[in-house]
Design a protein around this ligand. Sequence first.
Ligand code: AMP
Ligand code: MG
Length: 352
Amino acid sequence: MITKYWHVDKDVDDLKSYPQIKEAAALLKNNEVVAFPTETVYGLGANALSEEAAAKIYEAKGRPSDNPLIVHIADQAQLEKLVADIPLQAQKMMQAFWPGPLTIIFQKKDHVLADKVTAGLETVAVRMPNHPLALAVIREAGVPIAAPSANRSGKPSPTAAKHVWQDLEGRIAGVLDGGETGVGVESTVVDCTAEVPVILRPGGITKEDMEAVVGKTVFDPALKNASERPKSPGMKYKHYAPNAPMYLMDGSRQWIQAQIDAARAQGKKVGMLTTTEEAPFYRAEVVIPCGSRKNLASVAHSLYDVLRTFNEADVEVIFSETFPYEGVGVAVMNRLEKAAAHRWRKEEEASP
Ligand code: AMP
Ligand code: MG
């Protein structure tokens, strides 16, 4: 398949009259898959009402079929057609955070969405993205759009059109390039079907942000305890893995440098994932600052691009700084834990 590539400046007025948007939307209506930017990461969209279209997403990504997709909408009228009811807590969240990086789980209406979109569940995950290109293309297509991240399954999510191209060129109908995404990690997923909302996946909207609006929320226990079965099917899969094994480093700069030196002494090409503050202190083959420790949102923004850069540099092992589990740091650490397959190295354990 020849993959079309359209560039559109996301800041132009009257996007819906752009031929690129019309062409992308026409392909979506025709049950083809098209990638487009959102404010979190690039999404791989398809008509959520069509089994044929949804099947193409799983095939292009190589995604396991028990991992349901998030349905993207452009206005609230679209939501009412998809869900059985809108609980009060969900209404408050929508009012506060939509359009934005928050996905809400609802009870679905029967016989509306393609079964492949919800992977046979009674619930559906819905979000209204805060990105002019995403909203324009969904509106123009006139159907709800199922869209997971536009990467091959298991690879870091794409935060630029070139990442989508690396993974999916030849496998999808087109890519709309609207520049780099903002948040950089996937949306927060919250289940509002229970009385107390349950956070299934941490993301750009933090627990603290939600609690300011709805009162108490809880994390799905599976987020902290790898042996629990997650409520969100996708959370059990290994994700975001760079090619080289990665370790989360909990210790002083001097100790981390000693670990780097030991790996280099074995002839390994070492990558160090660090921050603008710490980068000057490390000596390794590839030292990449991933945002600033003073601004965890900047770490989230750069994370996936940095993981892909380590792949391009062919490093053989990656050591990573770690971050506080606070605010957006929870989402950053969740993604780093997955990228590292939960491998930690701790200074106290290493030196008795
Ligand atoms: P992605 O589309 O790759 O960003 O992943 C979507 C995430 O939302 C995955 O972790 C899915 O398992 C999760 N998800 C989608 N639909 C549901 C649902 N109905 N209930 C729980 N989790 C869901
Ligand atoms: Mg994904």
